[in-house]
Ligand binder design. Structure first.
Ligand SMILES: CC(C)(COP(=O)(O)OP(=O)(O)OC[C@H]1O[C@@H](n2cnc3c(N)ncnc32)[C@H](O)[C@@H]1OP(=O)(O)O)[C@@H](O)C(=O)NCCC(=O)NCCS
Length: 159
């Protein structure tokens, strides 16, 4: 393969340290391609439309980050906060770049930015089938709270 990288034995790509910075509205198509490649469930007709993502990026409650290698978006996380608690949403790393520390680097960067805002707790929601994600977050220091139930009220079923 071209460029400065190469493939590892299990077909992952290794190409230098990813560059982490803010996601932009015009990253939307690459973001959707990333979520699709990573098999991350998302809400294309609800809160993950192009318009919603663009609005959130402009708003005061978002810390949306991307990781790129050679200009290509290989990972992203949608951090949000309410001034009191930080949330990790839609963390995804392209399968060709997984298990190289990128997911951890995005979470650490998000945590640092929340901490700089005075936020003392960071949370994420993980669907029960996603055992990999559960393992990853536990390795990153997050703890489960089985005593807490998740309740929602939605504007419409796709929200
Ligand atoms: C979850 C995900 C973002 C992890 O990204 P990643 O870049 O591969 O993770 P990292 O390489 O930074 O690994 C972070 C830690 O998790 C561990 N880890 C990573 N993948 C793992 C796996 N499949 N099983 C067990 N542990 C795993 C790593 O060993 C590392 O722990 P360590 O520091 O103790 O070695 C990635 O697997 C992904 O995109 N999954 C699909 C989308 C998804 O489910 N997102 C989460 C939604 S809540």
């Amino acid at each position: 393969m071209g460029g400065s990288g190469g493939r590892t034995e299990d077909n992952r790509v290794s190409r230098g340290k990813p560059h982490i910075r803010e996601l932009a509205a015009d990253d939307y198509d690459a973001l959707v391609a990333l979520w699709t490649a990573a098999a991350l469930p998302f809400r294309p007709n609800g809160r993950d439309t192009r318009e919603c993502i663009a609005r959130e990026i402009e708003g005061p409650c978002s810390v949306f980050l991307k990781a790129t290698v050679g200009g290509r978006l290989i990972a992203a996380v949608l951090g949000t906060h309410d001034g009191r608690k930080g949330w990790i949403n839609r963390l995804a790393v392209h399968p060709e770049h997984q298990r190289q520390g990128t997911g951890a680097a995005l979470v650490r960067e998000l945590e640092a930015r929340f901490k700089a805002m005075g936020i003392q707790i960071v949370a994420c929601m993980i669907e029960d089938w996603n055992e990999t994600s559960m393992e990853v977050f536990e390795k990153l220091g997050y703890r489960q709270h089985p005593e807490i139930a998740y309740l929602t009220k939605r504007a419409h079923p796709d929200a």
